[in-house]
Ligand binder design. Structure first.
Ligand code: ZN
Length: 241
């Protein structure tokens, strides 16, 4: 386990078998917001990190419903019974086992590790533009249909879930990187992911905090290059089809 602090943001990284998974604590005046719940054994380290900071965790915002992002949700809820749980309305369906698609969505199967044993229910579902403390919810579908990113309006830190990765090279989700292909393989819709990546750079993030990989400061140029690369790859895929 490794903790990396950047202003009001604490990145907690777990590295089981070279598969690094991040979750984040965001410091508010009185308390902490946890973003994602990493892996089933991660709860103790997350709670210890909060103790170290000296503030209570009041809420958890989930970026999406894959099992490497909700793994210790039940354990954390058990330790903090008044914890408020937030997830996008769309991925709440996946969390509760509904893998159906809506008519307007890309008609391709939802992929990745779908949690089957999570008992904790969301207290509130989120939509684009919702504010939770200093964080703004931004819908970034693609990795899953209801993937959500969170922008800290004080620092413009973007906690992007798996909409971008930096491990194995910075990439839009769905652009499979040889050195770390897992987020790409687990992506539901590449065209939707590309649209979301283009949307998210318009918020001018000053820091990119991904689900997998190191935090990237001043990420805009790198994100734009990643979008450009992915777009060219996808156009190539259409031509050769
Ligand atoms: Zn992930």
């Amino acid at each position: 386990m490794k903790i990396t602090k950047n202003n009001c943001l604490y990145q907690i990284t777990f590295v089981p078998h070279f598969f690094p998974v991040n979750c984040y604590l965001v410091e508010e005046d009185e308390d902490l917001t946890l973003i994602d719940a990493a892996l089933p054994y991660s709860a103790k380290s997350i709670l210890q990190t909060a103790e170290l900071i000296g503030k209570p965790i009041k809420r958890i915002l989930l970026t999406h419903a894959h099992e490497d992002h909700v793994g210790s949700l039940d354990a954390i809820k058990k330790a903090i019974p008044d914890l408020k749980v937030y997830i996008s309305a769309r991925d709440n369906r996946i969390l509760t086992g509904d893998l159906t698609l809506d008519n307007h969505e890309d008609q391709t199967p939802i992929k990745g590790g779908i949690p089957k044993k999570i008992k904790t229910k969301a207290d509130e579902t989120l939509k684009d533009g919702d504010q939770i403390g200093s964080l703004q919810a931004i819908e970034t579908p693609g990795h899953t249909p209801g993937s959500m990113s969170y922008l800290d309006k004080r620092t413009r830190a973007l906690i992007a879930g798996d909409s971008f990765q930096t491990r194995g090279g910075t990439a839009v989700t769905g652009d499979v990187k040889k050195l770390f292909p897992f987020p790409g393989w687990a992506t539901w819709s590449k065209p939707t992911a590309l649209e979301s990546a283009k949307k998210i750079v318009t918020y001018n993030p000053e820091l990119l905090a991904p689900g997998h990989g190191d935090i990237l400061e001043n990420p805009l140029q790198t994100m734009e290059r990643a979008i450009h690369r992915f777009e060219i790859k996808m156009k190539g895929a259409i031509i050769t089809r």
